[in-house]
Write a protein that binds this ligand. Structure first.
Ligand SMILES: Cc1ncc(COP(=O)(O)O)c(C=O)c1O
Length: 474
């Protein structure tokens, strides 16, 4: 009879591989099997520990302070810096917004100014915390436009509690001009958060390796907080990110304390209360194992892989790099001979996961690559697969969506649609076939159709789809 662990392994076989460097989104692979083992064992050892109370579990407090201290040394942090370990990038971003909002209790209807490329986590924060997000289009280089950002601030400076920039942005992999925005925000008494969730653990080493990196750390006047995920390029197990503040004063609104009930006084520095010590211990053990010289080496490897991919793509007709990458994310764009969605499917068929990104505000649909250190050994194979995938996509021609279907989708108002309408649409879109909810192997047709829908319609359709996926097995 199979054990639960046997069954777990069988279930996991359906998932994307987390090791091997062939999954170029969602996971980040150092390629260091021993380090991964140490991380897993640390997670297991602390799975039952509770990060709710650092006086009851002082080892967790020590590990958190060690991690913040290590990272502070990478981002030119002043002696006053403080920080917390959170559950992931989204929680760090949420807390940056919540803290900014609550630092200004005098502001009745707070707003924040963000570039259009800011991670969706900030729009989630706006939604959760009732902060208006003023979204400013980026410039032609896909970077935040300082003049436009500051004009948006100056349209209502008294209500503006936060300005956000990215280092780098997820979709295009470029670093915003932090030095042109943060000091100007500071001059107006407004916080500036740098979202380095995905770049925070490689950009410091990129600079050390002599690569050109625009300033983005606490060395830039006016940067008040930085988020940097351990579970991305810290190569730690999932479930950890860092949120650093320039001073304890900046962090203070992040604390939640409640004593006015009959139980223990609740005191939290992050959104969770009871939380497993596992991810923190796993992160600590991995950072201790890799160490500063290890991260430098991993960064050397990942940038070597990025450079080889960028150079290799120039030789593939029909494909190009959208914008030279500032970090470890590469954004590819196809010409009219093929479409990016088919290329993604073809790559999948060849054992490589690359991520489709829909068109947005006049920017074309693209292919996202989060390159890992472990990808370096497979770059030649990757480029061979990419060349073959583009050739197959050119041979198939761009996915054509029936013009009538396209016109219908464009005319739909998601707010006015009923559940039955959504069911019909999910069937039409190929997202549901009869009772079978599994995604089709090839997603190009579905993606091409979704690409035509408005962002609101896309959201509504995918929510309807997820809602139908998340039903109990009985
Ligand atoms: C720039 C940036 N910010 C925030 C996040 C959100 O991180 P998470 O998925 O860990 O919540 C991501 C994730 O890719 C990111 O790239």
């Amino acid at each position: 009879m199979s054990t639960p662990l046997d069954r777990l392994r069988e279930l996991q076989a359906a998932d994307l591989p987390v090791h091997g460097g062939r999954t170029l989104a969602y996971v980040y692979d150092s390629g260091l099997a021993d380090v991964d083992r140490v991380g897993r064992e640390a997670v297991a050892a602390y799975a039952g520990s509770n990060g709710l109370d650092p006086t009851a579990f002082p080892s967790l407090l020590q590990m958190e302070n060690d991690l913040v201290g290590f990272y502070a040394g990478l981002v030119d942090a002043p002696d006053t810096v403080v920080g917390s370990v959170t559950s992931g990038g989204t929680e760090s971003c949420l807390l940056a917004v919540q803290g900014a909002r609550d630092s200004r209790p005098d502001v009745e209807r707070p707003r924040m100014v963000v570039p259009s490329t800011v991670h969706a986590a900030f729009l989630k924060a706006a939604h959760y915390f009732g902060v208006e997000a003023v979204v400013v289009p980026v410039g032609p280089d896909f970077r935040a436009d300082p003049a436009a950002m500051l004009a948006a601030v100056d349209a209502d400076p008294d209500r503006t509690v936060l300005v956000v920039v990215s280092a780098p942005s997820y979709a295009h992999g470029v670093v915003d001009p932090v030095a042109e925005i943060a000091p100007a925000a500071a001059a107006r008494g407004i916080r500036c958060h740098v979202d380095a969730c995905i770049g925070g653990w490689v950009l410091p080493y990129a600079a050390r390796l002599g690569r050109e990196v625009r300033p983005w750390t606490f060395a830039v006047d006016g940067v008040t907080s930085i988020s940097a995920d351990l579970h991305k390029y810290g190569y730690t197990p999932k479930g950890t990110s860092l949120l650093l503040h320039r001073t304890p004063e900046h962090r203070k609104p992040q604390y939640f304390a409640y004593a006015d009930w009959p139980g223990y006084t609740m005191l939290n520095s992050t959104m969770q209360s009871t939380k497993s010590g596992g991810p923190l211990a796993g992160a600590w053990a991995v950072v201790q194992s890799i160490g500063d010289t290890g991260y430098e080496l991993l960064s050397r490897e990942v940038f070597e892989a990025v450079d080889a991919i960028v150079a290799g793509v120039t030789d593939i007709a029909g494909l190009s790099v959208l914008v030279p990458p500032d970090s470890t994310l590469v954004t590819l764009v196809t010409d009219a001979s093929c479409d990016p969605f088919t290329v993604c499917d073809e790559m999948g068929a060849r054992g490589w996961y690359v991520q489709p990104q829909m068109s947005y505000a006049g920017h074309p649909a693209t292919i996202h690559l989060s390159v890992s250190a472990a990808t370096l050994g497979g770059v030649a194979d990757f480029l061979t697969a990419l060349r073959a995938s583009v050739a197959a996509a050119v041979a198939a021609g761009p996915v054509a969506v029936d013009p009538d279907v396209a016109a219908f989708i464009e005319s739909l108002d998601p707010v006015a649609l009923s559940d039955a309408d959504f069911d019909g649409l999910l069937v039409a879109a190929g997202l549901i076939g009869g009772d079978d909810l599994a995604l089709p192997d090839r997603m190009a047709e579905v993606n091409a159709m979704l690409d035509l829908a408005s962002p609101r319609m896309r959201e509504a359709l995918l929510v309807a789809f997820l809602d139908r996926l998340q039903r109990p097995n009985r």
